[in-house]
Every structure is written in C-alpha cells, then in structure tokens.
Write a protein that binds this ligand. Sequence first.
Ligand code: CO
Length: 150
Amino acid sequence: MLSEGVKRIDHVAIVVRDLESALTFYRDMLGIVPSRVLEFPQEGVRIAFLPLGGSGGSEIELLEPSIPEGSVARFLEQRGGGLHHICLEVPDIDRALDELRAAGARVLDESPRPTAEGRGIFLHPKGTGGVLLELVQRTDGNPEKIDTTP
Ligand code: CO
C-alpha cells in the first residue's frame, strides 16, 4: 500500500484531433478558460490545460497529437480519441514507485518520467479496472504555479 496515500485527482486527459475545435465545447460552451497551451514534445502532444475548482482543484487536459508516429497519435487513429488516462497526485513519486513495485503492481515505467506537471509513472489498465492510470508528483503542488517552460 502507498504509505503516504493519494492526495487528489490531478487531471483527466482526453485525446482530441484538434485542440481548437475541442475548445469550442470546453471553453465556449462549458466556459472553462484554458490556463495555457503548451507543446510537450517528449510525448508528441500539444496540451490545453483546463483548470477547475481554483487553487488545489483538478484539470482537464486536452491532448492533440503533434507528431504522427507518437503513442497519442496511434490512440487517436485506433479509437478516434476519448479518455486517455486519469492522473492522481502523490506526495513522493519515487517512494510510490518503489512501494507499488514491491507490491507487484503493473507499473509501465522503470523510473519516473518528466511530465507536464512534474514527474510521473503510468500503471497498466489491466491492473486498474481498465483505465490507464498516471501518478504524478507535482513540481510545487499547485497546478496554477507550475513552470511549464520546457
Ligand atoms: Co497526464
């Protein structure tokens, strides 16, 4: 078990073909104002961050493939977009990884990878009830204060 537990739902990531047309729903109809849009070449995506609930809230992340050969592009081609993963925040990602590995969880990363929010690991859907699950340790714990400069 994670000795330090899970803090909160950090974000829900949705793959879309085109950020701008997805924003005509999320921004223009739901009224969620994107805090930023950034290129994240490590994962081959552009990400629009849609914060909810103010400081300490959660985010919806819209992922648009930025390279045709990336895993998100493949996901889009195979499934036509949709829910990609759910992310939970943990206080210490290295410790979480050690504890999950020791407990036999199906972790997809050998070590935490750089993410748009901090450092994270992914868990295989076969062990999580069918959803790709990310755990992240935020760089400073506050979604609105993260420096996302690549
Ligand atoms: Co994520």
